[in-house]
Design a protein around this ligand. Structure first.
Ligand code: NAD
Length: 510
């Protein structure tokens, strides 16, 4: 049974958390109210960073970069290791703040902070593995190799739904790579950013090799993000958010030839084949589609089910949708917390209306608890059975809304999976090796993430994270994603006494 949080308690709890995490809002009290999605109440006010302070911050970040790039990479890794230790100690408080400010259920709030710790561990090891190739040269007495150097100031623009982890995927790598970081968090989750910054500053202040201003937070809306995008002092911009945001940001970065890491919207599908293990599939679909109230970039949005198992699977899913516990994300038995705000709720209703207009059969989707909490937006997740992949299915609605489609052969299913503008995450549920391998092959899923027998969401940091097409093409976190934060130099060294030219070119002078 759902329980909803009482109105009026969150301001005091937030103030206590911020104090323990080292954030002083006292003098910084400003104009922008911060709402908790749990109740809709204002839990703090923070000021936008004024333009002259943005300018100063970018100059200071550049100064920090010039010092930090000279610190040996394993020493840089030591700073990140210490920050990871700090996060371990602060995990419970920071996770609770994520829950209050972004609305994640407690285990997901804790999981998000764990993801920060994991990427710090990864980056610490990486700081001793920033390796370049040695390449065979065609010239005698020559050696050719690649060296990797820090890029400069890395600007991070982040979305509300991962208010701390996305910064850490970027920052932990950028810091070991020798870069300074300037962060513009979502205007919906500035408190999480201030808390992370306070934790980082305390670690950096006690680390002699770290210059001041290695990490900075700029608060504000799209304008503050645009200041990072347009400033030539910012060498790399990693922007996470909607495709609408990416469409504005990408050409501006291109116009000044800045490096862009774009992590934009997804429209993630799972194909369920006749041989699928349905117990496992139901659990995976439930977490991927309803977890985080459908507010992950990798949330499952389209389920493509073989006609032979459609009725069996849908019967179980309908029951799960009607019984899942929606309510206070701090309560241990809640699985679905609130939507972030009224805008998210109305976007969900618009999408549901469009689907109904196209003949869909909808289970769930209604608002819950509005009489108790008129400023908060809790919804029952919606299962939307469609006859075809209509236009409304092809755009991302950032809410717990799962479109279900039938298929009869795998080629058709893969075509449906790929026939959307986005290309982030995808899954297939099958115990047939041929189907699984086909899905992972060049003629299978066109996404940056393709999974077998697990849902599309909940990635580990060890792999490179990101997607294709309108998802933007960026990669963050593990594998060789670090290369985006460094510049590559190709070096050819002649240790002989002659000067042979490549490709046999001759150029003799007297
Ligand atoms: P959003 O696009 O509204 O905002 C994201 C960030 O971009 C915010 O900090 C915002 O202030 C900033 N911004 C907006 N317009 C800007 C502009 N013109 N110039 C510079 N900055 C600008 O996204 P949101 O509602 O916070 O987050 C949800 C979206 O993010 C979804 O589409 C989701 O799929 C996507 N997302 C993607 C990933 C990924 O890794 N692919 C991860 C998380 C979220």
């Amino acid at each position: 049974m759902a329980s909803f949080p009482p109105l009026g308690d969150l301001g005091a709890e937030t103030a206590g958390l911020l104090a323990r995490l080292g954030v002083t809002l006292g003098k910084a009290q400003g104009a922008r109210p911060v709402h908790s999605p749990l109740t809709g109440e204002v839990i703090a006010k923070v000021p936008d960073t004024p333009a002259d302070a943005v300018d100063r911050a970018l100059a200071e970040a550049q100064d920090a970069f010039r010092i930090w790039r000279q610190v040996p990479a394993p020493r840089r890794g030591e700073l990140v290791r210490r920050f990871g230790e700090k996060l371990r100690r602060a995990k419970a408080d920071l996770a609770r703040l994520v829950t209050i400010e972004a609305g994640k259920i407690s285990s997901e709030g804790a999981g998000e902070v764990q993801e920060m710790i994991d990427i710090c561990d990864f980056a610490t090891g990486l700081s001793r593995q920033l390796t370049g190739l040695t390449i065979a040269t065609e010239r005698a007495d020559h050696r050719m190799m690649e060296t990797w150097h820090p890029m400069g100031v890395v600007g991070v623009i982040s979305a509300f739904n991962f208010p701390v982890a996305v910064w850490s995927w970027n920052a932990a790598l950028a810091l070991v790579c020798g870069d300074a970081v300037v962060w513009k968090p979502s205007e919906k989750t500035p408190l999480c950013a201030l808390a992370v910054q306070a934790l980082f500053e305390r670690v950096a202040d006690g680390f002699a090799d770290a210059p001041p201003h290695l990490s900075t937070v700029l608060l504000g809306g799209a304008d503050a993000g645009a200041a990072l995008v347009d400033d030539a002092r910012v060498a790399v911009v990693s922007a996470t958010g909607s495709t609408t945001m990416g469409r504005e940001v990408a050409p501006r970065l291109a116009s000044r030839f800045a490096r862009a890491i774009l992590e934009l919207g997804g429209n993630n599908a799972a194909i369920v084949c006749p041989s699928a293990d349905l117990d496992l599939t139901v659990r995976a679909v439930a977490f991927a589609a309803m977890g985080t109230a459908g507010q992950r970039c990798t949330s499952l949005r389209r389920l493509i089910v073989h006609e032979r198992i459609y009725d069996a699977l849908l019967g179980r899913l309908r029951r799960a949708y009607l019984s899942v516990s929606v309510g206070d994300p701090r309560a241990p038995d809640t699985l679905v917390g609130p939507l972030i705000d009224a805008g998210a709720f109305s976007a969900m209703q618009v999408a549901l209306d469009a689907a109904r207009g196209a003949g869909a059969v909808v289970t769930g989707g209604e608002r819950l608890g509005a009489d108790i909490l008129p400023g908060a937006y809790y919804v029952r997740p919606a299962l939307v059975e469609m006859a075809a992949q209509e236009d409304c299915v092809r755009s991302e609605t950032f809410a717990p809304l799962l479109y279900v489609l039938r298929y009869s052969d795998l080629d058709e299913a893969i075509r449906l999976q790929n026939d959307v503008p986005q290309g982030l995450a995808s899954s297939i549920f099958t115990t047939d090796l041929r189907e699984a391998e086909r899905f992972l092959s060049a003629t299978g899923s066109d996404c940056g993430i393709a999974n077998v027998n697990i849902g599309p969401s909940g990635a580990e940091i060890g792999g490179a994270f990101g997607g294709e097409k309108e998802t933007g093409g960026g990669r963050e976190a593990g594998s060789d994603a670090w290369k985006a934060y460094m510049r590559r130099a190709t070096n050819t060294i002649n240790y002989g006494t002659r000067l042979p030219l490549a490709q046999g070119v001759t150029f003799e002078i007297e």
